[in-house]
Structure formats: C-alpha cells, structure tokens
Design a protein around this ligand. Structure first.
Ligand SMILES: Cc1cc2nc3c(=O)[nH]c(=O)nc-3n(C[C@H](O)[C@H](O)[C@H](O)COP(=O)(O)OP(=O)(O)OC[C@H]3O[C@@H](n4cnc5c(N)ncnc54)[C@H](O)[C@@H]3O)c2cc1C
Length: 412
C-alpha cells in the first residue's frame, strides 16, 4: 500500500491551496472529498468585490484544481472519510473506499449550517440557505420562483443576491421567532448590530454612506428607527422587525405567516401578515465541521466569534496531536480567501517538517501567516466581529497546552 507524505481531507479552497503549497515543495499529496466535484463551498460563491470585479467561485475552484493537478496532486472525489487512527508512521485514514496511509494528515473539512427549527419547517419546499446556493449556483436548478428567507445575516444577504441573479424573487429577508435556539438571531437589536458591519455590501452609495453614519449610532437607536418595511439591499427588503411565526402549506410550502416585533423581539399584537411563496430558505448561520478532529483526539475550545467548537491549533496550523494539521473553516468560519491563505500556511508548515533541507521555509511560513492576517483584515464577508482577537486566544491556548507534559499514547 502506498504511504503518502500528506493526505488532505477536503478539496475546498483551504485543502486545495495546502495541496498546492506542499506539492510545490516536492511532497507526494493526495486529497479526498466526499462531494462529486472539486472546490468545496467555493463552488456556490458569486459576488461582486468593491473593485467591481466578480468573485466567481467556480472559476476560482477550477484554477486551483488545474494548478494542483499540474503539480501531480492526486484528487479523489465521491469518497467519505469516517475514521482516523494514529500509527507510528503517521495515520491510517478510513474512507468509504478503503483505507489510506499517510505520514501527515490535514483536516480541511470546512463548515456546516446550523439548523433553525421554526413551526412548519418540515414541509416540502423548506430548505437551508446553503442548499438554495448549491441548487442555483452549482447545479443550475432554481429551487422555486419566489421565496422568503428566514434569518438576516451575512450569508443570507450574500446568497439572496445570488438567488436574485438566478431569476428568483426574494420577497423579503426576515428573522426567526424568539426562542432558546434562535438566540440572537431572533432579537432585532442583535441582528442590527451584526448588519451594521455589512453596509459595505450595499449596492447603492446612499446605503453605504448610511452604513458609515450608522457607526456613530448605537444598535438600539438604529433598531428603534429601523422602518418596519425594511431597508433594501440588492432590491431585497431586509425586515429585522418582522419575525416568522409559521411556514404554511400542506403537501408543499404556500406561504409564511409573519408578525411585526419590537426591538427586543416581542410580538406586536394584530400585526400578522401572510406572504405567499413557493419555497422558504432558513439561514441559521454556520459552524465549523470538526468531527474528524474530535475522532483524532485533538483538544477543542469553544470560541463564539469563530462559530463554535474549534480544534486548538497554532498560527502555523499545527494541532496538539502529532502529524495532524487543520486549515480553513474547520478552524473558524471565515471567507474563502482566508481559507485559501490558511491552506498555504498549512501546506508550507507540513512541507517544512517533512523536508530534509528546510532552506528558507521559516521565512516563507512567516510571509504566509502575514498574508492570512492581511486577507482577514480586508475580507469583504466577515461572519463575526473580533475574529483576530479570537484567533489569538486559540493560538495562546495551543502554546499553553504545548508546555503541559502529555501522557504517552501508545500507537499501533
Ligand atoms: C452553506 C455554506 C455557504 C457558504 N457560502 C459562502 C459564501 O457565499 N461566501 C463566502 O465567502 N463563504 C461562504 N461560506 C464559507 C465557506 O465555508 C468558505 O468560504 C470556504 O469555502 C471555506 O473553505 P474550506 O476549504 O475551509 O471548506 P469548504 O469549502 O467547505 O470545503 C470543505 C470540503 O471538505 C469536504 N468534507 C467534509 N467532511 C468530509 C469527510 N468526512 N470526508 C470527505 N470530505 C469531507 C466537503 O465535501 C467540502 O468539499 C459558506 C459556507 C457554507 C457551509
């Protein structure tokens, strides 16, 4: 059986860029992904940069795929990884198509959507916002003709625009009803706070200016004066003071029943309304997808700003388990550009550890880490505030854990 220098799980932007960086330094690299196509979540992305240039995820994925293939990286799609075993040479990785052996293992499994239960959410025609993105942008299938999106956040606004470009009428973006599970997503003031970071996405100069001015206003005041009819971004009304009460339909979705709410999410009596649609998207936010890291025995930390539980890792993308590395959204939810930059750091770190002659690898790794910080600071889509500070806490935890003497684990 072949022993790979590096096996990467996940052919998204992080995994592909790591493969490229490692292969450029002579490593024998294999990438496994359970999806049928290469590119991960990049495949669904389509948005305009402030420069006016379009970010076309399919083209970006294609370019990364071609570069990796050119360097001899072996990419296997349609294969799921379900277990990992540490060995004296590295790892045995168990997949739906058999076992693979590798010296170094990089987990680049990305993020997952957080479910948001709402009365009526099991009716056919209710889908997650990510599913709508994949149907429209990856498979070129319109999920329907008109929809309401429940959940006002950075992802739902970006994907609402993509659905609009697919020719779908997005009637409105509203919030979920207040509940233990909805947490901040059902509180207009908290939603306002997060949306105030997004006005740079607004296509109109007036709205962008309003966003800049809003920085001098508290979220509670901004919510108080937020019109019930909402503000439009990409011509889609964003109604943070309207909550979904119930999704209606028998065999199929036909409408959403909504109610106007106060700034704290309390319902305003007699303000119920029904909006007719043929599908509904629920946008409950994103969380890192770290199950394989958990199987590996890696330590975790809950970091709200990064989307949930993340494997503890260093800025060089090492975990506290030998020969195990992480990159991309598994380490915290951020944009594809950040994932790509992190992938390069991981690829270089691994190459440096495997190579006999390290040469000037440390300088390259330092430059790559600097690039991650730069891309993060300039990211168009920022899922949460204070990400750099949250990242620092994880790196500090890694350093603390490194100083603690670990019990010896016997490996096969
Ligand atoms: C639904 C959704 C929509 C998003 N939309 C946007 C957007 O519009 N704009 C934006 O900037 N960011 C978006 N993101 C964030 C996105 O995750 C990042 O932009 C970027 O794609 C992260 O790159 P990555 O390489 O870390 O992970 P991904 O791109 O998610 O790639 C991870 C890959 O790992 C594979 N994988 C996972 N587990 C296994 C396993 N056990 N076995 C085999 N393969 C596995 C997956 O199939 C996937 O292809 C979205 C995320 C999600 C979940």
């Amino acid at each position: 059986m072949k022993l790979w220098n590096l096996l990467i799980i996940g052919a998204g932007p992080a995994g592909l860029n790591a493969a490229i960086a490692a292969a450029e330094h002579g490593l024998d690299v294999k990438v496994i992904d359970e999806f049928t196509k290469v590119g991960g979540r990049l495949l669904g992305q389509l948005h305009q940069e402030p420069s006016g240039e379009w970010w076309n995820g399919i083209e970006k994925a294609d370019a990364l795929h071609q570069r990796a293939s050119h360097l001899g990286v072996r990419i296997e799609c349609g294969t799921s990884v379900h277990d990992l075993e540490q060995t004296n040479f590295g790892w045995k990785v168990y997949t739906s198509k058999g076992m693979v052996e590798t010296n170094k293992l990089l987990l680049a499994t990305g993020a997952t959507e957080v479910p948001q239960p709402i009365p009526g959410w099991t009716i056919p025609g209710v889908i997650s916002i990510g599913a709508a993105q994949v149907m429209g942008n990856v498979h070129r299938v319109k999920p329907g003709n008109s929809c309401v999106i429940i959940g006002a956040n950075v992802l739902s606004i970006a994907i609402a625009n993509e659905l609009r470009l697919c020719g779908i009428k997005v009637k409105e973006i509203i919030i979920p009803p207040t509940s233990e599970l909805a947490k901040d997503a059902g509180n207009p003031e908290k939603v306002m706070e997060s949306l105030m970071r997004l006005t740079h996405l607004a296509p109109s100069a007036i709205l962008r200016l309003a966003g800049k001015l809003a920085k001098f206003v508290s979220p509670s005041l901004a919510t108080k004066f937020y019109p019930k009819s909402g503000f439009k971004i990409f011509d889609i009304p964003i109604k943070i003071k309207t909550a979904a009460m119930e999704i209606i339909g028998d065999q199929k979705v036909t409408a959403v029943k909504t109610v106007n709410v106060k700034s704290n999410g309390d319902r305003i009596p007699n303000s119920e309304k029904t909006t007719e649609v043929d599908f509904v998207c629920i946008a409950g936010g994103l969380a890192p997808l770290p199950e394989l890291a958990a199987v590996s025995g890696c330590s975790f930390k809950y970091v709200r700003e990064l989307g949930g539980h993340v494997p503890i890792h260093s800025e060089q993308m090492k975990t506290n388990v030998p020969n195990l590395y992480v990159a991309g959204n598994i380490t915290g939810v951020e944009s594809a550009k950040v994932a790509m930059a992190q992938g390069r750091v991981a690829g270089l770190t691994i190459a440096s550890e495997i190579m006999d002659n390290k040469g000037d690898m440390d300088t390259l790794i330092d430059k790559a880490m600097e690039q991650v910080r730069k891309v993060r600071a300039e990211a168009l889509i920022q899922f949460q505030p204070n990400i750099p500070e949250a990242r620092d806490k994880v790196y500090q935890q890694f350093e603390i854990d490194e100083k603690i003497e670990k019990p010896k684990v016997s490996v096969s």
